[in-house]
Design a protein around this ligand. Structure first.
Ligand SMILES: C[S@@+](CC[C@H](N)C(=O)[O-])C[C@H]1O[C@@H](n2cnc3c(N)ncnc32)[C@H](O)[C@@H]1O
Length: 216
C-alpha cells in the first residue's frame, strides 16, 4: 500500500455521497468537493498511516481534529487500525458542522462517537468527559501565529500531537496566512518538540509538511 492510501468502508463512502447530495446548491457541492482533491486526500491518508505507528494497539483514543473542515480525516481514522473511542472535529465555520456530521453519519448516530463542533481553536474548551489523547491540526496554515500559540498552549501535556501545514501561498483565496518555506521553518513555527515523525509530501502545486510528537 502506498504511504498516502487510506481505507474507507462502503457504508462510510455511501455517507460521503449522501452528504454531498444533501448540499442544496451547486456552489456548496463544489466547495465540499475541494476536500476531495488528490492532495487533500493523500495528505490525510499520509497522516493516518503515520499516526497508526505511534498508537498502542487496542488503547482507546479520544481524537480532537482542529480545522476539521468537512470531516474526511475523521472518516479515515474510523477506518484505520487506531482504536477510536471518540472523535471531535472542530471548525470555525458553522457550514462545516452539518456536512461533517453527514459525512460521518453512522458514527455520529452511534452515541456521538463522532461529533462536529463549531468553535475557534484558540478558545476551544476540551470536553471534560472526553480527555484528549490525540490532537490534530491540519489547518495550521490558516491561522495566525497568535491563534496557533493559544491553541497549542491549551493542549494537555502528554498528548500525541499531529500538525500539517504547507508552502502554498494561495494568492487566489488569501486563506493561507502562515505558510512555511521548508521543513525546518515548519518545525520552528509549529513548536514541534522531539518529533516521532517529520516529513514532506510534494504535490503538483505545493509541498505539505507534517510532524507528529508528544507534547512535553
Ligand atoms: C480549507 S480547510 C482545510 C485545509 C487543510 N489543508 C486541510 O486539509 O485540513 C481550513 C479550515 O480551517 C478552518 N479554520 C480557520 N481558522 C480556524 C480557527 N481559528 N478555528 C477552527 N477552525 C479554523 C476553516 O474554517 C476551514 O474550514
Amino acid at each position: 500500500m502506498s504511504p498516502y492510501e487510506f481505507k474507507i468502508s462502503n457504508l462510510d463512502l455511501a455517507n460521503w455521497g449522501t452528504a454531498l447530495r444533501n448540499l442544496p446548491t451547486h456552489e456548496e457541492r463544489t466547495r465540499a468537493l475541494d476536500a476531495l482533491w488528490w492532495g487533500q486526500l493523500a495528505s490525510k491518508g499520509w497522516l493516518v498511516n503515520e499516526l497508526e505507528k505511534y498508537t498502542m494497539p487496542g488503547a482507546p483514543e479520544n481524537i480532537y481534529i482542529f480545522g476539521g473542515w468537512i470531516g474526511t480525516l475523521a472518516s479515515m481514522l474510523f477506518n484505520s487500525s487506531i482504536h477510536i473511542n471518540k472523535i471531535r472535529s472542530i471548525d470555525l465555520d458553522p457550514w462545516c458542522e452539518t456536512v461533517a456530521d453527514d459525512l460521518n453519519k453512522n458514527h455520529e448516530m452511534n452515541g456521538w462517537r463522532f461529533k462536529a463542533v463549531t468553535a475557534d481553536m484558540a478558545t476551544y474548551e476540551y470536553q471534560e468527559d472526553i480527555r484528549p489523547t490525540i490532537v490534530i491540526n491540519t489547518s495550521a496554515e490558516h491561522v495566525t501565529q497568535a491563534v496557533y500559540d493559544r491553541w497549542y498552549n491549551r493542549i494537555p501535556s502528554g498528548t500525541l500531537v499531529a500538525v500539517q501545514s504547507n508552502d502554498f501561498k494561495d494568492l487566489a483565496t488569501g486563506e493561507h496566512i502562515r505558510c512555511s518555506n521548508n521543513l525546518k521553518e515548519f518545525k520552528a513555527m509549529n513548536r514541534v518538540e522531539s518529533e516521532y515523525y517529520c516529513g514532506a509530501l510534494p504535490t503538483n502545486e505545493y509541498t505539505r509538511f507534517m510532524a507528529i510528537w508528544r507534547k512535553a
